[in-house]
Structures are given as C-alpha cells and as structure tokens.
Write a protein of this length. Structure first.
Length: 147
C-alpha cells in the first residue's frame, strides 16, 4: 500500500453505495475516489427506489457478488422517486441493516435537513462542493474516519 493511500484502504470493510442522481456529482466523487486510491468498490444508484432495491438485494441487485451489501451509504437527500429521507427512514426500519452507516452528501445547506438527518442517525452531514479540491479533502477526511 502506498503512503498516499488513505483511510478506507487500511482494511477492507466492504463496498460503498453512493445514491446520487446528478451525473456531474457522480463523476467528481469517482474521480476523488480514484485520486485517493480508495480500494473499496464504489457502487452508484441514481434514485431512492434503486437504493432500496440495492440494499434489499432485489431486482437487478439480487446478485450479491456483483452488488455487495455496503458497509457505508453516501446519500443525497434530494432524489427522484424516493427522497434521501425516505431511504434513510427505510434503512432505520429494517432490523438487518438499521445500524448501517449513512453519510449525507448534499448540495443544499439546510439546518432543518441537517437536524432531521442527525435525528435519523447519520454518521455525518457533508455539503457537496463544486470545487474538486474541497470535495477530495472531504472524502479524504471521511475515509480517514472509517479507516
């Protein structure tokens, strides 16, 4: 392992699921993931219903070899089909995954959203930055906290 590898590279806790409908945000996060040399597979779904299907292992996500259960979910709050809050409440209502680590990664700064997300037990509430360096630093700090 290189000395530039951070956090999540120190052990292999499993996959990370990124729930995001904006392809530019997905591109930037994938780029940060690569630059930081994070080894965990990053799986992406584009709406709240797909997130529930992925976490349930249903529909196109039934094959857990190709779609492993994540140890961490990066969740946007403003999603089509089911909101991030709906996904988060669904996770907390499932006995088998109610303690799954969830980090909100959102583009909007809302104190009410933050309080609501924290009340639902998120690990962190991060605001997305269009600046790649700032995003990379946020992801590096997040990776270090789990590694």
């Amino acid at each position: 392992m290189s000395t530039t590898d951070v956090g999540l590279t120190g052990r292999d806790p499993g996959a990370v699921l990124y729930v995001e409908n904006d392809e530019n945000d997905v591109f930037l996060l994938r780029r940060a993931w690569t630059v930081l040399r994070l080894r965990q597979p990053l799986h992406v779904v584009v709406d709240g219903e797909a997130a529930v299907d992925y976490l349930s292992g249903t529909g196109p996500y039934i094959d857990r070899t190709r779609h492993p259960m994540p140890f961490l979910v990066l969740l946007d709050l403003h999603l089509p089909r089911l909101s991030g809050f709906d996904v988060l409440m669904w996770i907390r209502a499932q006995p088998s995954i109610e303690t799954l680590r969830v980090v909100v990664l959102t583009g909007l700064i809302s104190p009410n959203d933050r309080r609501r997300a924290e009340a639902l037990g998120v690990e962190a509430y991060l605001t997305k930055s269009p600046d790649f360096s700032a995003l990379r630093e946020s992801i590096a700090a997040l990776a270090a906290s789990f590694g």
